[in-house]
Write a protein that binds this ligand. Sequence first.
Ligand SMILES: [Fe+2]
Length: 321
Amino acid sequence: MHLQGIEKVTLTALDLETARKFYTDWGLTLTHQSDAHLLFETLNGCQVSVHESLDPHLPAGIEKDPTLREITWCVKDAQTLEHFASKLSHLESFEKHPDTVKCKDPSGLSIAITVTQKRDLKLQSAITNSWDQRQRINQPSPIYERATPVEVGHVVLFVADLAQCSSFYQEFLGFTVSDTYPNRGHFLRCTPNGGHHDLFMLELPEKRVGLNHIAFTVRDLHEVFGGGMHMSRCGWKTELGPGKHPVSSAIFWYFHAPTGALVEYYADEDELTPEWVAREITPGPTMFAEWAIKGGIDGHTRRQIEAQAPTGQFMTDMPKK
Ligand SMILES: [Fe+2]
């Protein structure tokens, strides 16, 4: 029995109007609005809940606001929820609610688990013609004027004790290690058959705890480009992208978010099975990005804004086994 993925992320914002504008431009649908709360959803019904920082009903933060206050993971049915309830029940932080169980991870981040309300979707994505596979016939590839994210695909956290946190997610929540930066970072997926990672945890020398980014899955790499250029036209600031991760193979684009840290559009990540053998990879800037455009592409000129060379070893420089 496994978690299926992310059902909801609960975030804080210092200014809800800025957050409303940002996530509307990001391509989410606003489904509820009050003075202290905004609720958005992605195409498949995955939720992004944004609260005023002082909301007393929120779980405690693990760093200064604005940031992530809770991740809600989903299961397919009540029986699987009961399975996780019994696994977590002896934890001091365990809470059982009518449709949800909760606990805290070793960083103190609130973790909720609930039966999924996400919808199955039939979406048309880009078809690629490669040398030996000509599948797009008499049909141009898509151009997106803006993105409409399918769901929240993964979250990246800074943790103070990587070994302890990684063990917790494996032992209590059934995660599998996809790849590691030894003693530095673990890429974890919640199902043995699935996308490369649902959770990446990174331990920094200064042991900072907090949110690094929240990643939204879009249909294909063309939607990463179209979505990013729309955000740029709307005046939002790129941190890095578009670019490509050598680990996971995903095409990405990161923006600074008013709910803390970064948000990412990504597409085309590796799909793994139990046969996948986790790699130990030496971290570095060119392991993070095989290539990337610093500062982004200007959505009006549709050309790059700035550029700066990285240093370090490229993944293709690694010794062959
Ligand atoms: Fe990411």
